[in-house]
Design a protein around this ligand. Structure first.
Ligand code: ADP
Length: 270
């Protein structure tokens, strides 16, 4: 090998060594940045949990106090004042719902959501939720119908509280995004041999085509929903999808903007 070539080779080797050292350093820096991000994420998560937990006690206190006043347990309250108290009660309920959604979303992220599945009849859960949501539907003059079942619907293997949250979110959305005098239909039937399928049909504002892909994402709210109904966190469907899938089920929807939406989900049977 000639002297010139030897020098070139030595220079190249030195450059290569430098590049390798640089790569190791970058790798180390990236690992550290990643660890830092993890720590920040955990801190954020911890912060949310603390705030949400701390909010729960005063919110329950407010609920309890308003209940006493509304029920006349501390003296008769004239109707105009009672109407205002009931408005305060509803707002407080929304706040409780939001805090619970935040806690649930955080539990999902950290894998700390606990499930206690048992053989349950989904129709019982639905009846319960419907009873609670009826005043909300009535206030909007929205009619909620239950599709009559043609064949017997088997029990499913599911956590009743989590199923409650699923029905509550889907029906709450159906009412919220319905127009005055709208109709909602909810029903269920066996899906093949191994599951039960549930549907919630509404004739509300629908979902814009170009935004359908984001509907189950955390904090996502479609433009028409933001415009027509300012109240909402965009956490509900993220939680619902997670719960359904954790049970081994599936969730999907069909929707035409301006005409309505149908949400479906399946849950495996016992
Ligand atoms: P939000 O608190 O905004 O209702 P969700 O996670 O429950 O949050 O829903 C996410 C978004 O999906 C809503 O903001 C809305 O844009 C859309 N959406 C959900 N359900 C319906 C429905 N029944 N009709 C029309 N849009 C819906």
């Amino acid at each position: 090998m000639e002297i010139g070539e030897q020098e070139k080779l030595v220079r190249l080797l030195a450059e290569q060594e430098n590049a390798a050292r640089l790569l190791v350093r970058r790798d180390l820096e990236l690992t550290r940045a990643n660890e830092q991000l993890h720590k920040l994420d955990e801190a954020k998560s911890g912060f949310i949990m603390v705030v949400a937990h701390q909010l729960r006690t005063p919110l329950s206190g407010i609920k309890w106090t308003l209940n006493l006043l509304i029920n006349g347990d501390v003296g008769v309250v004239p109707t105009p004042q009672k109407t205002l108290l009931m408005k305060a009660y509803e707002s407080n309920e929304r706040m409780i719902g939001l805090v619970n959604d935040m806690l649930d979303a955080d539990r999902i992220d950290s894998g700390k959501m606990r499930y206690a599945p048992a053989p349950i009849q989904l129709a019982d859960v639905l009846d319960n939720v419907l009873f609670e949501l009826l005043p909300q539907a009535n206030a909007k003059e929205v009619v909620v119908r239950i599709t009559p079942t043609k064949v017997e619907v088997p029990k499913v293997h599911a956590d009743p509280e989590k199923m409650r949250a699923v029905f509550q979110n889907l029906l709450d959305n159906a009412i919220k995004y319905s127009r005055r005098n709208g109709t909602i239909e909810v029903g269920m039937s066996p899906e093949g041999e191994n599951a039960v399928r549930v549907w919630v049909i509404d004739t509300g504002i629908g979902i814009p085509n170009e935004q359908k892909q984001y509907i189950f994402e955390r904090f996502f709210r479609a433009r028409n929903a933001v415009k027509e109904e300012t109240d909402g966190s965009g956490l509900g469907l993220f939680i619902v999808k997670n719960i359904v899938e954790k049970h081994g089920g599936r969730i999907w929807f069909k929707s035409i903007e301006g005409q309505g939406s149908t949400f479906y989900f399946t849950i495996p049977i016992v």
